[in-house]
Write a new protein. Structure first.
Length: 258
């Protein structure tokens, strides 16, 4: 991204009337990466801006606030409607770009995986610390990774989300659907010190996914966006390489109908 390029704020209205807020990092390239933050995160967080700036060196980038988060309207529905929102935004991006990639963090990875499997709007998909299902309390949360994450969580500028008390999660989970993303290239990335979503979620997604697929385990990496705080390069470098390989010149079009 050139020094003179500034991100632009935009609004997007879903078919159901929910207004989503986006930030576009654009130089008019033919490829774009849609970045979907995790729960409690928003597109203006330092971690999301860090990954957007890096990917914008080679592609256009759009970051979004999931419904009920940041400046977006509506209420968070625990994965019932958010994947459809992601797919709608991707379809709109397709009008201006030849190739559309997606990068989802944590619960944002959950939405991205379901959208990729059911709607097939992407040419490349990267999931970082995505759960294969929602019920995560099957391990000890208070390990070393948690205590290493506490300073990051305390420093983070938060915007409290708005939750829907009436929504039940859909039965379509990434673990059930990930095989349907193929033949779109898939990168499954996870920190080995993730205290919230254990690395076995990444291994399960990778095992169930079709080719082409890549598993990246970041040594001592914390949960999702926390990996972008102290030492971001072990995650940022592979993400940039993945999207360059799958969205760059010569990469095949592998979206719906392929």
């Amino acid at each position: 991204m050139s020094a003179g390029t500034e991100p632009v704020m935009e609004s997007f209205r879903t078919a159901g009337g929910v207004r989503l807020r986006l930030t576009r990092w654009s130089q008019g390239r033919g490829q774009v990466v849609l970045v979907v933050p995790g729960i409690l995160m928003h597109r203006e967080a330092l971690e999301i801006r860090t990954v957007a700036r890096r990917l914008a060196l080679a592609h256009d980038v759009v970051t979004m606030d999931v419904r009920g988060h940041g400046e977006s309207g509506g209420r968070f529905t625990w994965g019932r409607h958010e994947p459809d929102d992601v797919a709608e935004v991707a379809a709109a991006l397709r009008r201006d770009h030849d190739r559309v990639g997606a990068l989802g963090f944590s619960f944002g990875g959950y939405h991205t995986a379901v959208a990729a499997a059911l709607h097939r709007p992407f040419d490349a998909v990267a999931l970082v610390a995505a759960p294969h299902r929602l019920f995560l309390l099957d391990h000890n949360l208070l390990g070393r990774g948690f205590w290493r994450s506490v300073p990051h969580m305390l420093r983070r500028q938060r915007r409290f989300p708005r939750f829907s008390p009436l929504s039940l999660p859909r039965r379509d989970t990434p673990g059930r659907l990930v095989h349907r993303i193929a033949p779109v290239p898939l990168l499954v990335a996870h920190g080995t010190a993730d205290w919230l979503v254990p690395p076995r979620h990444a291994r399960l997604l990778y095992e169930r996914a079709g080719e082409p697929k890549t598993l990246l385990l970041v040594e001592r990496g914390l949960h999702a966006e926390n990996m972008l705080v102290d030492d971001p390069e072990p995650l940022l470098g592979p993400l940039a390489d993945f999207f360059q390989r799958t969205l760059g010149p010569g990469a095949p079009h592998l979206t719906a109908g392929s």
